[in-house]
Design a protein around this ligand. Structure first.
Ligand SMILES: Cc1ncc(COP(=O)(O)O)c(C=O)c1O
Length: 447
């Protein structure tokens, strides 16, 4: 059993969130993780912050991350950002591995792996037997697509919001099997999330074998009504592969209840785990078919205590397992930052994303492009017409180079809608979006 002690520190208030007390999960001792007698350095980090007096109110969360203080970091959605106490836990695990690599992999790695998997499975509402780790969601999507057998003329249904890397995987599989990709155009701007369901279901045909759908889209930051989509597709005999790269930690998950055949997600985005930690859920009745992208020892393992599905994915050759081994620490640490735990954190981030998009839309004089029901921890806002004078990348670069604002500006959607995507993680605060608005107005000559 992982034993964790949490210290409750009252460190001030933050008017933008109305949080009076924060809990800092100081993970002091653990027989599994061997943090050592000093535990995390978080006490001294918090001590440094507290000695900064009033600055603490603005930076109380930011101080838990290594993010450069001179940068206004509004792009958690691209690669996530890992907090300092978690990175320390990872370094301790790495040291433990390197002190005795053979002992670590032969005796210690698998109990740690199982503990991490169990905790993650519980967090995403899946049976522990149905979850394996992968390095990232792209790998999860590839594992499923490249394992399934398609016949010429079979149709794989997706939408025009699918993430580019996954679309490429789909193209490759379709090209090598002569399957056909059918792309459902999902309206954007979007008036009602039911339009997403209609758009997808309108393209189902008797030849549809699989639907590949984002849970939260990257370019448009839409939270798809995934439960409704999966249910309606299943009702007409179509399995769904959900790309949930942006979902864990942004929206609550219950994969057993969702019932999708396949679901992959990242832990390194909204859970804030170290990079290289993702997972793949495969419904029990589909596991036989799904093989990892790398075939290794698990393929002919005589073991019977675990399924071949888990034995194969658990070992894809020697690699650094510490990103996913940190998950118990990640779940505990991030879940202890606000009262209300994980649901409280997700709600707080969503509120901030909603506030940010309202601020930007009002300030830029543009319409909100989707209903609140489609918002998680990210939001996009269309840019006014004057943005068209810049290539998207040039505007993104100008914000960074001239104003030190890290934010995502997407290539035009449908050729004429320029979208800026903001992320909202606990270390962000409203004044950062105000700075972004001010910088955009300067750059777009709106002042
Ligand atoms: C919707 C979506 N799918 C897949 C990915 C790929 O994630 P990764 O590079 O971690 O595999 C991303 C990354 O931003 C994403 O937003």
């Amino acid at each position: 059993m992982l034993r964790i002690k949490c210290n409750r520190l009252v460190v001030g208030s933050n008017p933008t969130r109305g949080v009076k007390k924060i809990f800092v999960g100081a993970i002091r001792e653990s027989p599994l993780y061997h943090f050592g007698s000093k535990g995390f350095d978080i006490q001294s980090r918090v001590g440094v912050l507290m000695s900064q007096g009033d600055n603490l109110q603005d930076n109380q969360w930011q101080g838990q991350w290594l993010l450069a203080s001179e940068v206004t970091f509004l792009n958690h959605g691209s690669f996530g950002a890992c907090p300092w106490p978690v990175l320390q836990a990872q370094q301790r695990l790495q040291s433990r591995l390197e002190k005795e690599p053979v002992r670590f992999f032969a005796r210690e790695w698998e109990p740690l792996l199982d503990e991490a998997r169990n905790q993650l499975a519980d967090f995403v509402g899946a049976a522990r037997e149905d979850v394996v780790f992968v390095a990232n969601a792209t790998m999860g999507v590839n594992a499923v697509l490249r394992s399934l057998r398609f016949q010429p003329g079979d149709e794989i249904l997706t939408t025009d919001h699918l993430y580019n890397a996954c679309r490429n995987a789909l193209e490759w599989v379709a090209a090598t099997t002569n399957a056909r990709i059918v792309v459902a155009p999902v309206p954007f701007p979007l008036a009602d999330t039911r339009e997403i369901v209609t758009a997808v279901m309108d393209r189902v045909s008797p030849r549809t074998k699989l639907a590949v759908l984002d849970h939260i889209t990257s370019q448009t930051a839409l939270v798809f009504p995934i439960a409704s989509l999966v249910r309606k597709l299943a009702a007409v005999g179509v399995d769904t592969l959900v790309d949930g790269a942006q979902a864990p930690g942004a929206v609550s998950l219950n994969l057993a209840e969702l019932g999708a055949a396949y679901y992959t997600g990242n832990c390194h985005k909204w859970l804030c785990a170290p990079k290289g930690s993702g997972f793949l859920y495969v419904r029990r009745d589909k596991q036989e078919m799904i093989r990892p992208p790398v075939i290794s020892h698990g393929a002919n393992s005589p073991r019977t205590d675990k399924s071949r599905f888990q034995l194969e994915f658990d070992w894809m050759g020697t690699d650094d397992p510490t990103p996913y081994l940190c998950l118990p620490v990640v779940l505990e640490f991030m879940g202890s930052l606000v009262e209300g735990g994980w649901p409280g954190l997700m709600a707080q981030n969503r509120d901030l994303a909603l506030q940010a998009r309202r601020l930007l839309a009002d300030g830029l004089g543009v319409q909100l492009p989707c209903p609140e029901g489609a918002i998680g921890s990210m939001a996009v806002v269309p840019l006014p017409e004057t943005a068209a004078q810049f290539p998207a990348a040039a505007l993104q670069d100008a914000l960074y180079d001239q104003y030190q604002i890290q934010v995502k500006i997407n290539p035009p959607w449908g050729d004429d809608i320029w979208l800026i995507r903001v992320s909202a993680q606990i270390y962000n605060h409203q004044s950062q979006y105000e700075k972004l608005l001010w910088a955009l107005k300067q750059l777009l000559h709106l002042v």
